[in-house]
Ligand binder design. Structure first.
Ligand SMILES: C[S@@+](CC[C@H](N)C(=O)[O-])C[C@H]1O[C@@H](n2cnc3c(N)ncnc32)[C@H](O)[C@@H]1O
Ligand code: SF4
Length: 453
């Protein structure tokens, strides 16, 4: 794919509120009316290797745009209490995992580098106490450059972390002031260079388009600086502005936000520059250098998607620990309490802090496989799929979806021919909306999702 053709006229047609399909059904389908016994049986039937996600909710300072589950505090000791609870939760899961090994470990947040070096050491010691982590496991952490230091980076490497992801968002000062996240470009340059020197095998940088005051000229400068930093991966998120869900977003003046056509222009310029610089456009939000494992997995038809986005493993084999974390194992989804007091209350009663869950039925499973295939690989062989999932006639089964796909086909975004569905290069921008055609639950709670662009 060279550059992506785009048509602003399509915005009004396809820029719906839609899920990012990090799972199917999405987290909105999780219910408190859930048989918790299913967790144990799902894990007992899971593969030998699992991915582990740990949520560290704390941050020192509030970024106004933030849609993550976080707690803003200056009290470092709160993390000690949290680690006590995480230890209890690990102890509850360890017997269920039995001899299963961890092949991927990811610390997300919030800001995991909120933890001091001593707290990080304690956390890793706990993980090694309760779980068997493969010696070649991918061990990654999300870093806010402002809460990291040379010593902390050295320490992370010595603890076995081999992948880092830095939150950058935008390098323009006017944007940074409006989002209450002023950070020095020199600091980011330095930490990226040091990470490389220390031998982290993958460096990811997060950007957001659609933030207040972003303009093509200044965003081009941000994008070009990111290209100069030459990370292995880039995440380019669409700003999800949902002030009714994330109160701090009210601090962002609506009039300072780019409108949908400008937002699309910002996304396009970033995509085209990253692709021209040699990055593979993995799909929604993600870019990787061709020698990166994510790019290789996509070429090999083995890319997966889970709650962390695109991944090389861990689809339907992911355990999430900590407040708000979501797990998905063997067709069962479950989520921990989203607020700390409720999370602590469950742990204090020596109970798993699971609040809601969902067990996929046969129809859910086949739709999940279809959506995952389209969002990861943009093409699907309908005959092979029908055989695998025991469907007699693909388009008879998905007659509703075919009707919904019609306008996408007329606009050249999807092609349906000779036993194949293909999302075209221009259709890739709308892959969320295309997947939504196959979503049996979408009518429920659609307004709670962000816009596609
Ligand atoms: C948990 S944060 C990353 C680690 C660290 N807390 C930081 O901010 O550097 C995860 C990423 O989510 C993205 N993000 C947060 N809120 C968002 C929103 N409302 N819309 C789009 N992306 C968002 C940002 O790019 C951010 O880097
Ligand atoms: S973007 Fe990162 S640092 Fe900022 S509030 Fe959200 S989680 Fe915390």
């Amino acid at each position: 794919m060279q550059t992506i053709k785009w048509d602003p006229a399509l915005i009004s047609k396809y820029n719906i509120n839609g899920p990012r399909y990090t799972s199917y059904p999405t987290a909105l389908s999780l219910s408190t009316d859930f048989d918790h016994g299913l967790i144990q049986s799902a894990i007992s039937k899971s593969p030998d290797e699992l991915s582990l996600y740990l949520h560290i909710p704390f941050c020192h300072k509030l970024c106004y745009y933030c849609g993550c589950n976080k707690v803003i505090t200056r009290h470092q000791h709160k993390a000690d209490t949290y680690l006590d609870a995480l230890a209890e939760e690990m102890a509850l899961y360890a017997p269920l995992l039995d001899s299963r090994r961890i092949n991927q470990l990811h610390l997300g947040g919030g800001t995991p580098t909120f933890l001091t070096e001593v707290q990080l050491s304690r956390l890793m010691a706990l993980l090694h106490k309760y779980f068997t982590i493969n010696s070649d496991a991918e061990i990654s952490i999300e870093i806010d450059p402002r809460s990291c230091s040379d010593d902390k980076l050295h320490h992370l490497r010595s603890l076995g972390f081999n992948r880092v992801s830095f939150g950058v968002q935008d390098l323009d000062e006017k944007v940074q002031i409006a989002i209450n996240r002023v950070q020095d470009t020199e600091l980011i340059r330095h930490q990226v260079a040091l990470s490389r020197e220390l031998g982290f095998s993958s460096i990811n940088l997060d950007l957001i388009y659609g933030l207040p005051f972003q303009q093509p000229a200044s965003f081009t400068e941000t994008v070009d600086e990111i290209i100069r930093l030459n990370p292995h991966r880039i995440s380019l998120f669409s700003y999800a502005h949902l002030p009714d869900r994330f109160a701090a977003q009210h601090k962002i003046d609506n009039s300072s936000l780019p409108d949908a056509p400008l937002k699309l222009e910002l996304m396009q310029l970033a995509i085209n520059r990253f692709v021209a610089a040699g990055y593979q456009f993995i799909g929604m939000d993600h870019f990787a250098r061709p020698d990166d494992t994510l790019a290789k997995a996509q070429l090999a038809g083995k890319l997966q998607r889970n709650f962390q986005g695109y991944t090389t493993a861990g689809q339907d084999a992911l355990i999430g620990l900590g407040v708000s974390s979501i797990s998905q194992v063997n067709g069962v989804l479950w989520q921990n309490s989203k607020d700390l007091p409720a999370y602590y209350a469950a742990i204090n009663k020596t109970q798993r802090p699971t609040e809601r869950g969902f067990s996929l039925n046969a129809d859910d499973k086949l739709r999940a496989a279809l959506i995952s295939q389209l969002i990861c690989h943009f093409t699907l062989d309908t005959e092979t799929f029908s055989r695998q999932w025991h469907i007699q006639s693909f388009w008879l089964y998905f007659a509703d979806a075919l009707a919904r796909l019609q306008p996408f086909m007329e606009d050249g975004l999807v092609e349906v021919y000779a036993g194949r569905i293909k999302v075209t290069d221009s259709g890739r921008l709308w892959v969320r909306s295309i997947c939504a055609c196959f979503d049996a639950y979408l009518a429920q709670g659609q307004q709670r999702y962000s816009k596609v662009v």
